[in-house]
Design a protein around this ligand. Structure first.
Ligand code: P6P
Length: 335
């Protein structure tokens, strides 16, 4: 008998039944994210043809010719998600300010933060890119208009997080706090099928993932951590393999499956300040949620990523994420 495939729809409904608080609004929110990703995946897969064939002649939902893909992905998500009926606020890596939901749309208590197409600079060389999303639920029910103070929540308060990876296949990896689950899009039927149930990061890895080109810009502690993994002093007794795609979703997805450590330490700026590159709310925090749900760890070098209280929408943070043993070892050098 053909293996019975579990669709993401079945999986979400099954989880909704298991979650007493679930009202179906959250499930609808995820459905609309999935539809957005299918639309983005379709355009990303044709990216290279934009030059070969010129304009694909495609017209997006706003009746405009397909633009730069990250702008296109951003527009798809905003258009679809403002109509989900689940949101009171959105924030996009592409927009400096909050995206409010027009009162003409049904609104809800959820807040969505997303990076519409992370790693988009890699598209021109046909490297995997991804959409990262983080879902919070508003704590205030006074009826006042939702504002920045509602969305600037610590990562441990996320009610859902995940990413879509556009690569050889299109994958969705998500968690609502009941483990991490991966789905692969079957383009012949347009459905995400459960391919990686209950994903767990190996407790110990042997892959080191960082942009070593920044080595001279790191502080001494980050350099010591980097040297440790590339020596025979680490727990495996031999140097780790180095793998670095330069697309966060791809590097994280490999870390989730194979283990090891991904690190993007703070780098020294011309004025001498050290600053992280990755954004806390739409990159580090959702991936940290997934990492911990999969038995891994995520820190900024001092504190657990999920404990950081954001002070601004686009603040950046250093990120060390992956296998529990490997991130614990990083902390030996960083703390
Ligand atoms: P670097 C892509 O531009 C991105 O935001 C992440 O996807 C990726 O992890 C990082 O930047 C790569 O940065 O400095 O190594 O090119």
């Amino acid at each position: 008998m053909a293996q019975q495939q579990v669709t993401v729809t079945e999986h979400l409904l099954w989880h909704q039944i298991k979650s007493p608080a679930a009202t179906g609004v959250f499930t609808q929110l995820l459905y609309d994210l999935i539809l957005s990703a299918k639309l983005i995946s379709r355009s990303v897969s044709k990216a290279g043809l934009l030059d070969v064939l010129g304009e694909t002649g495609e017209v997006n939902v706003q009746g405009e010719n397909v633009q730069k893909l990250d702008d296109y992905a951003d527009k798809i998500l905003i258009h679809r998600m403002e109509r989900s009926g689940a949101l009171c606020l959105m924030a996009s890596e592409e927009h400096a300010d909050l995206i409010r939901i027009d009162p003409s749309f049904t609104r809800g208590d959820y807040m969505l933060i997303f990076d519409p197409l992370d790693g988009s600079s890699n598209i021109d060389v046909n490297v995997n890119v991804g959409t990262i999303f983080s879902i919070h639920r508003r704590a205030d029910h006074s009826g006042r208009e939702a504002s920045l103070e509602d969305i600037l929540q610590e990562g441990y308060r996320q009610v859902g997080a995940g990413y879509f990876l556009y690569g050889p296949s299109c994958m969705m990896v998500y968690s609502t706090g009941q483990g991490v689950h991966g789905f692969t899009l079957d383009p012949s039927v347009g459905e995400f099928l459960l391919s990686h149930p209950d994903m767990q990061i190996p407790r110990q890895g042997n892959i080191y993932s960082a942009n070593d080109g920044n080595y001279t810009l790191w502080d001494d502690k980050a350099r010591l951590a980097s040297d440790y993994f590339k020596s025979d002093r680490n727990r495996t007794g031999k140097p780790y393999t180095l793998r670095y795609v330069g697309s966060l979703v791809a590097d994280f997805h490999r870390t989730l499956l194979y283990g090891g450590v991904f690190m993007y330490p703070a780098v020294r700026k011309p004025d001498g300040r050290f600053e992280g590159k990755l954004r806390l709310m739409c990159e580090a925090s959702p991936l940290a949620f997934l990492a911990e749900q999969a038995g891994g760890r995520a820190t900024d070098g001092q504190r657990r990523i999920l404990e950081l209280k954001p002070y601004s929408l686009h603040q950046r943070a250093p990120l060390f994420i992956g296998s529990a043993n490997d991130v614990d070892d990083v902390m030996q050098f960083m703390s």
